[in-house]
Design a protein around this ligand. Structure first.
Ligand code: ADP
Ligand code: MG
Ligand code: MG
Length: 886
């Protein structure tokens, strides 16, 4: 198959093959936009390289062919001594990984052609600048040298010159640097910097392929859940030069503000600069709007092209461009990353502009983004000490101790501390630290700096370009207007306003949460809230899945209801055995005869009845699925170690351990090697007489009471951990007997469906039998994941899961997102077999997966009736259930 494509041969839909950059360069080329000619080597070639360690044998010929064509088009050749063709070798995967992989510019220069370039351009400074950049990027990227070797040499050259501005280095300085760089290459790698342009190109291509598996790229993919086997394409693009003088420059632009979603002119521009300079923050950029005064023609051209691109892609685009002596060139575009708030605002703006429909708008916002908008904000009324105000690059409110290095951030986060990573600027090696930190603060760089772009991608709070801060990483201090802040001092950063405060600032609910809570109206003037409201309404209208909540208390139930929950999918009853009720539970466990046991149960019943009264009242008119007691009883007793020590001490002092000794022997008797697989769930109910009956009586009498008050209680009783239909049948008989007794003695009627959790593989497989005795199933996907994989969640997550993720055994923890192939297949089996027996079987899911976007799509596909999740995830689940129905 063909491995190399001219830019004119591709299009934007070929991302898998050509990578995002290549596909969009092709699209722009075909739109007639000014793209420097070039070609793309497909990701297929990369896959071969990654699998075998070398590029496919036929690749060289194909590249030759395209190089020839390019040389012809450009009227100059690679390595041509008087006027060399130069190219960039650029990575570009199907999924954008900003700054994660490598690019080498100015490929094709050597000791000869640099002179030709100097002569032909009439600008020796430019030629030597280009050459030293090539050696620097090549050394770092292709030869794996430490970037500091080059940075330090540049720093020395500037110092010798008594300047801090790279533009003060003249042709001679840069020529000297090129010589120093070449010597450094020789010293560090034992080989000369390659002079043959084609060799430079081939080595750079292999380096780009190899960069797919760079540590930071792997980390980024894991963070963003990008598959590990996509590989990257490579783009060979003829060079255009922004470093030819002040009439040249390079920049980044957005067709709308990626932070707020507002229309307008957004971007950064830097005169007399090349490529990475804008993002790296070596000099401070000017706002894109200033280009209008610097170079009106290029500015107007750019505005026109941005309008074309937005119209064409029907979405926010981000753009890289270069101006070479007054001529505008487009180097990259893509549908741009944006903050969560911008995603919602852009989606509804585009509806209003008639560009997209409401379904399409709903497709473009994600549950994860909505979750971000629900994070708390700083309290505007709180007393705060503002230290500076800079650029709000990625919204959020973050407080934490100041750390100056990525390593320190990772270490502190490991200790459970909150930190804010403070740097002059970040680079791709800071990714670990950025992930570990609550927020990122930089003193250089704009909205398009590395820190800003990556933070937005991760949904992490970021303030950048805080120029008033003097960040001294080696001394571990920040000085700002006379104040000094050291490592470990707490600061707070507001990624929306760009404000930086000393100390921790209290937080308040976000406007979106206040909207869900009902304390902020959709039409109160907050545009973001209005956008969220519109898209939520559409999701609610089209979703088929119901959304319930997991709530154990009336308070949680009430909150979830305000957030849109349509009932409770899981009420755990464990907490009803805790607190001061432990004493009764101990008596229950220690009971030696029926009388003692019944007495203990009788103490518990009215207390639990009170709990159910509140809960059922809070969810009046909506179903409340109550799971009878699930955990092993010893979980309610003190630990065996503590008791043993207490008893031993008492004996030593010559005292009678009495009650403690009895408890200890009970704990020893109940001790289990594998409590997760022990005496719990329905097994408890069948073994401890009266336990389930007590709970059911409490539920039923609470319901009867509410019924008499004219309310509409809708309890549903759920039996956990069933593996055989006989277990369920026995438990069910007891439940129904109690329900009938209470209804009879209270003289009221109501309906209480009885069902079970499906959380053992056996239950899923024999769901047809189980459905005989169950009116509903709720898939307990936490336990089902544990029992299917044979993982004990508490034991595996902290130990080897990170290794499994690294090795790609799974892309995401199966406890976070449903394992479709294994656990999911059991869910599907349970659905099919259950419904075969009982077509009107009600089906839900109450594991943590109920709030996970990918899992929600799966549950929609297999035909569940509802998902149940924690109260705060309810809006996310509603939105994703709507998106799943699209
Ligand atoms: P990234 O994916 O990290 O942005 P790019 O391949 O886009 O990497 O290139 C890095 C920088 O070099 C960008 O600023 C880009 O615009 C610039 N660049 C890439 N190719 C060329 C070229 N042919 N001429 C001029 N600048 C280029
Ligand atoms: Mg780029
Ligand atoms: Mg369970």
């Amino acid at each position: 198959p063909k491995l190399v494509y001219d830019f004119a041969e591709g299009n934007k839909d070929l991302k898998q093959l050509l990578g995002g950059k290549g596909a969009n360069l092709a699209e722009m080329t075909n739109l007639g936009l000014p793209v420097p000619p070039g070609f793309t080597i497909s990701a297929e070639a990369c896959k071969v390289f990654l699998a075998t360690g070398s590029v496919p044998p036929e690749l060289a010929d194909e590249i030759d062919h395209h190089v020839d064509a390019l040389q012809q088009k450009m009227g100059k050749k690679l390595g041509q001594a008087d006027d060399p063709l130069l190219v960039s070798v650029r990575s570009g995967a199907a999924v954008s990984m900003p700054g994660m992989m490598e690019t080498v510019l100015n490929v094709g220069l050597n000791d000869d052609s640099v002179n030709g370039l100097a002569h032909h351009s009439g600008n020796p400074r430019f030629a030597w600048d280009a050459y030293r950049r090539l050696i620097q990027m090549f050394g770092k990227t292709v030869l794996g040298m430490d970037g500091d070797v080059f940075e330090d040499a540049i720093e020395q050259a500037k110092q010798a010159k008594g300047t801090r501005n790279d533009l003060d280095l003249d042709a001679d300085d840069l020529k000297a640097l090129a010589t120093t760089f070449k010597a450094a290459v020789k010293e560090h790698t034992g080989r000369e910097f390659p002079q043959d342009p084609r060799e430079q190109m081939d080595l750079a291509i292999e380096a780009v392929f190899g960069s797919w598996n760079a540590e930071r790229a792997i980390l980024y993919r894991r963070q963003e859940r990008i598959p590990a086997d996509l590989g990257t394409a490579v783009n060979i693009c003829s060079m255009v030069f922004g470093n030819l003088g002040m009439d040249s420059g390079t920049g980044v632009a957005f067709t709308r503000d990626p932070a707020s979603g507002q229309p307008g002119v957004y971007g950064d521009y830097l005169q007399n600069a090349q490529g990475e300079d804008v993002v790296a923050g070596i000099r401070n950029t000017v706002p894109l709007a200033d280009l209008e005064t610097i170079d009106k023609k290029s500015y107007d051209d750019l505005m026109a092209i941005m309008a074309t691109l937005e119209g064409h892609y029907r979405d926010l685009c981000d753009i890289e461009f270069t101006v070479e002596r007054g001529k505008l060139w487009m180097l990259q575009t893509r549908v741009g990353k944006r903050t969560a708030g911008a995603a919602f605002r852009i989606a509804t703006s585009l509806i209003d502009e008639g560009v997209i429909g409401t379904d399409e708008a709903l497709k473009r916002v994600k549950g994860a983004q909505l979750a971000q908008l629900m994070f708390p904000r700083f309290d505007t009324d709180a007393e705060k000490k503002l230290i500076t105000k800079a650029i709000g690059a990625s919204p959020g409110a973050a407080s934490g101790q100041v750390v100056f290095t990525s390593a320190a951030a990772v270490e502190a986060a490991g200790r459970g501390e909150k930190v804010v990573l403070v740097r002059r600027e970040t680079n791709p090696d800071d990714l670990h630290g950025m992930i570990a930190a609550q927020g990122i603060l930089t003193s250089r760089g704009g909205k398009t700096s590395h820190a800003a772009v990556v933070a937005r991608g991760m949904g992490k709070t970021c303030v950048c370009g805080a120029e008033e801060l003097e960040v001294n990483s080696s001394a571990q201090t920040i000085t700002v207007n006379g104040t000094t802040i050291g490592a470990g001092d707490v600061i707070s950063i507001d990624g929306t306003t760009g404000e930086v405060f000393l100390g921790e600032v209290p937080v308040v609910p976000s406007p979106v949460v206040r909207y869900f809570e009902g304390t902020l109206a959709a039409d109160a003037g907050d545009e973001l809230v209005a956008s969220v409201h519109r898209l939520m309404a559409h999701a609610d209208e089209i979703r088929r899945l119901g959304v319930r909540t997991n709530a154990d208390t009336a308070e949680d139930a009430a909150r979830a209801r305000r957030f849109g929950a349509e009932g409770i999918g899981l009420c755990r009853t464990e907490h009803m055995f805790l607190g001061e009720r432990r004493a009764s539970v101990e008596r229950l466990i220690l009971a030696e005869n029926d009388t003692d046991r019944d007495a203990a149960l009788a103490e518990l019943e009215p207390l639990q009845r009170g709990d159910f009264l509140e809960l059922l009242a809070a969810m009046d008119g909506q179903p409340v699925t109550i799971r009878l007691i699930d955990p092993p009883l010893h979980e309610f007793l003190p630990s065996m170690e503590d008791l043993a020590v207490k008893v031993a001490l008492a004996k030593e002092r010559g005292e009678d351990p009495g009650h403690d000794a009895a408890l200890l022997s009970a704990v020893e008797r109940l001790h289990e090697q594998n409590p997760m697989l022990g005496l719990r769930g329905v097994r408890l109910g069948l073994v401890i007489p009266g336990l389930f009956a007590m709970q059911v009586r409490a539920i039923a009498s609470a319901a009867a009471e509410l019924k008499k008050q004219g309310k509409d209680p809708r309890p549903e009783i759920m039996i956990p951990l069933v593996g055989a239909v006989q277990e369920l049948q026995l438990a069910r008989d007891e439940v129904e007997q109690v329900l009938a007794e209470v209804a009879g003695s209270e003289g009221v009627e109501w309906v209480t469906p009885v069902g079970t959790m499906i959380e053992l593989p056996r239950a899923a497989v024999i769901a047809d039998q189980i459905a005989e005795a169950a009116e509903f199933f709720s898939f307990g996907t936490n336990d089902l994941t544990q029992t299917t994989w044979g993982f004990s969640r508490d034991d595996v997550e902290g130990s080897f899961f990170s290794r499994y993720l690294e090795k790609g055994i799974f892309a995401v923890s199966p406890f976070e997102s449903i394992d479709r192939e294994g656990v999911g297949a059991l869910v599907k089996t349970g659905v099919e077999r259950g419904r075969a027996t009982r077509p009107d079987l009600k089906l839900g899911i109450c594991g943590e997966h109920g709030g996970d976007p990918d899992s929600i799509h799966f549950f929609h596909e297999v035909g569940l009736d509802y998902v149940s999740c924690s109260p705060f995830r309810v809006p996310v689940a509603r939105l994703e259930a709507g998106r799943a129905a699209l």
